[in-house]
Each structure stands twice: as C-alpha cells, then as structure tokens.
Design a protein around this ligand. Structure first.
Ligand SMILES: Nc1ncnc2c1ncn2[C@@H]1O[C@H](COP(=O)(O)OP(=O)(O)OP(=O)(O)O)[C@@H](O)[C@H]1O
Ligand SMILES: [Mg+2]
Length: 204
C-alpha cells in the first residue's frame, strides 16, 4: 500500500486510507484500554468515582458520539427520572460497549433502541437490537472474558471478547446489575439496573 507513489494517490484513496487508519487507531486504543482495565480488575486496583448521575443526559451523550452508521438509535426515557449512583465515565463505557455490540451484530438499517425507565428504587437502561440474537447455550458464556461465539460474523466483526466481561465487572463494582434476554434471529436486549442515588443515601 505504501509502495504507491504520492502522485498516484487520488484524493479518494487518501480519504479511504485516512478512514481506515482512524478506525484502526480507535480499535487499538480501545483494546489497550480494555486490557489495562482487565489488569486493574484482576489486581483489585480499579477505582470508581461514584456520584449522583443523570441517566438521560448520559444516554444522550453516548448515543450522540461515535459512528452514527446506518443503524438509527432511538432513545426514550420516563419523564422525571431520578439521579442514579454511578461512576459516570464507567457507565458511559458500559453503554458504549453494549451499543457497539448492538451495531456489530445487527444488519445495516435495523433500529437500535435505548430505553430508560424507573423500576422502584432503581433506574433501568436497556439497549435493544433487532440483530441475529444469541442462542441459549451462548447466553451462559458471553459474560466471560475472551469468549466470543464462533459464528463467522463474530470473527469478521473482530474484537477480543472482553466487552461484556468488562460490562459485568464494572456493573458489579457500581452496585448495578446487568441481564440479557435474546432470541436467535430476533435480536437482543441488554438491561443495566442502577440504584437511585437518593434511595442509597436514605439507606446508608
Ligand atoms: N447484541 C448482540 N447480539 C448478538 N450477539 C452478541 C451481542 N452482544 C454480544 N454478543 C455475543 O457475545 C460475544 C461476546 O461479546 P463481547 O462484547 O464480550 O465481545 P466482542 O464484541 O466479540 O469483542 P469486544 O467487545 O472485545 O470487541 C460476542 O462475540 C457475540 O458472539
Ligand atoms: Mg463487544
């Protein structure tokens, strides 16, 4: 590729190289970040900055940045959602990982929905896709580190298989829960349940 002489590079080719380099550097930096997080989790040195967090604003943030590819993201939220207790940066990482999976494992054009709602003393955020879904056998394994289903589309999609392991570990440390419902061929819904900040203060 680099053997091409400068004067042979069309503007389109330069743009395409730029795009590929950008994608590769994003992938590398995420991979390095994931590996550092894994090391910190293993050593027990991961620090969290837990604070009252506005779910609706954070969801708007996470869905606005990143690649808005051909999969439109629809967001809905119950009115007047209370603040939750979370590390905002880590919650952004959790939702970013779930959204990245929703994009990766669903066809272009299919919709992704992020729904936030009140559930008693908790707020639940769901990321739902209409992609290929996950078989019951795989469902038990996907939250383990370095596990990917061996479908060809997963291998093509790349990644290390660390995303959902980090989602689970980060949620656990934030006092949040994560669960998944999925049917092969119909799509998946990942739900993160977080404690309302005022409820934690009252209990503590
Ligand atoms: N929304 C989804 N739809 C279908 N399959 C999924 C979905 N999310 C996760 N999976 C399955 O679970 C596996 C593990 O997901 P995980 O996010 O941990 O890894 P990955 O996305 O393959 O790689 P990485 O997140 O490290 O880039 C995936 O390889 C895929 O097989
Ligand atoms: Mg992933």
């Amino acid at each position: 590729m680099l053997a091409l002489r400068g004067d042979q590079l069309s503007p389109e080719l330069v743009t395409e190289f730029g795009r590929r380099m950008w994608r590769a550097s994003r992938w590398l930096s995420r991979m390095i970040g994931d590996l550092l997080d894994l090391a910190q989790i293993e050593r027990g040195t991961l620090l969290l900055d837990m604070e009252p967090t506005d779910v609706e604003a954070l969801v708007a943030d996470v869905t606005a940045v990143g690649v808005r590819d051909e999969r439109p993201i629809g967001t809905t939220a119950d009115p007047g959602l209370p603040l939750v207790l979370a590390d905002a940066g880590r919650l952004r990482q959790v939702l970013g990982n779930l959204l990245s999976n929703a994009r990766k494992f669903s066809p272009p054009g299919s919709e992704i929905a992020v729904e936030s709602r009140r559930a008693g003393d908790r707020v639940e955020i769901s990321v739902r896709d209409r992609g290929r879904g996950i078989s019951p056998a795989q469902l038990e394994r996907i939250f383990r580190a370095f596990v990917q289903s061996d479908a060809a589309s997963t291998r093509e999609a790349g990644g290390l298989g660390t995303g959902l392991f980090l989602v689970k570990e980060l949620c656990q440390r934030m006092g949040a829960e994560v669960r998944v419902e999925s049917r092969p061929g119909e799509g998946s819904r990942f739900t993160v349940s977080l404690a309302v900040a005022a409820a934690v203060r009252a209990a503590g």
